[in-house]
Structure formats: C-alpha cells, structure tokens
Design a protein around this ligand. Sequence first.
Ligand SMILES: Cc1cc2nc3c(=O)[nH]c(=O)nc-3n(C[C@H](O)[C@H](O)[C@H](O)COP(=O)(O)O)c2cc1C
Length: 164
Amino acid sequence: MNTTIVIYGSSTGTCETIAEKIASKLGCKALNVQELNDAIVEENQNLILGTSTWGAGEMQDDWYDGLKTLQNADLKGKTIAFFGCGDAWSYSDTFVGGMGELYKGIKESGARFIGSVDTTDYKFDDSEAVIDGKFIGLPLDDINEDDKTDSRIDAWLNVINPEL
Ligand SMILES: Cc1cc2nc3c(=O)[nH]c(=O)nc-3n(C[C@H](O)[C@H](O)[C@H](O)COP(=O)(O)O)c2cc1C
C-alpha cells in the first residue's frame, strides 16, 4: 500500500501547525513523533519527517527516541522527505540544523530521499542541513518569513508529490 504519513516533533507548536498543513494538502495524517512506533513505520511507504531546531542546530527533543525507532526499522525501499522549522535571523549559523541531524541518523538506511531544496531563497550563514550544496529538505522560517511559508510548502509539494 502506497500510504504517506507526516511525522513531526514540535516544542511550542510551530512545526505541529506546519505538519498539519502539509498533511492536509497531501490528504494524509500528521502524527506527533511521540506516538511513533514500529507498526506505523511498517504501514507507511512514504515518510515526511519534520523537526524544529533547538539548542545550537539540534533536533527537537522528541526526535531522539523517534530516530531510534527509525534506526531499528527496515527503511529499505521507503521514500523519505524532510522539512525543518527554524529561525534564520537569530540562529543564522545553525539554521534548521535539526533537519540535518535527522537525515544523518538515517542516511545509510537504504531509503530513497527526495525533496532537497535550493539555498538561494534563504539568508543564513551556515547549516548542517545543507548537504552537497542543497538543503536536504524544506526549510521553513515561520518566525521571520511566515509570509513565505505557504508558497514554499506548495512549491515543494509540487516537486515531491509525483514521487510519492
Ligand atoms: C533556545 C532556542 C534555540 C533555537 N535554536 C535554533 C537553531 O539552532 N536553529 C534554528 O534554525 N532555529 C532555532 N530555534 C528556533 C526554533 O526552531 C523555532 O522557533 C521553531 O519555529 C520552533 O518550532 P516548534 O515550536 O515546533 O518546536 C531556536 C529557538 C530557541 C527558543
């Protein structure tokens, strides 16, 4: 079954709201990573993973257990896309770094990763989420650029949707 699920970690609700928005546009469910378990990973072919960034470029706290669940699962043949919520003005050196940490935790899993994003639309100094010159997923700065969030999501979904 070619099912899709959005899984998010969110401390103050920003990434949760964005996850709900993405899920509603995809016509699928958004799940808090606190609820993630082996069966959910197994049941879904496409995983859309979202994390905000805390500390200095770190994943949202709940993802540390969530990542272990993903690392213990068989992700071979699954399709995975990332989105990250951050703040490029206050944390310009570690912008959406959590998204990079999440990717690095499962990059050897055999999954197919889709949805990398050009850096040109963003002003930031450094990010662990930039891999080979592109963001590994969709960065969203809902703190400073909330006016761009919807159009960024739509453009990204147009790219990844045919791959799901
Ligand atoms: C203490 C603190 C540390 C943060 N560190 C980063 C960071 O390193 N990089 C980044 O892009 N955003 C950082 N942020 C911004 C959050 O990721 C941003 O506010 C996000 O929207 C929070 O989403 P959430 O409410 O879904 O957890 C930080 C925010 C706080 C309060």
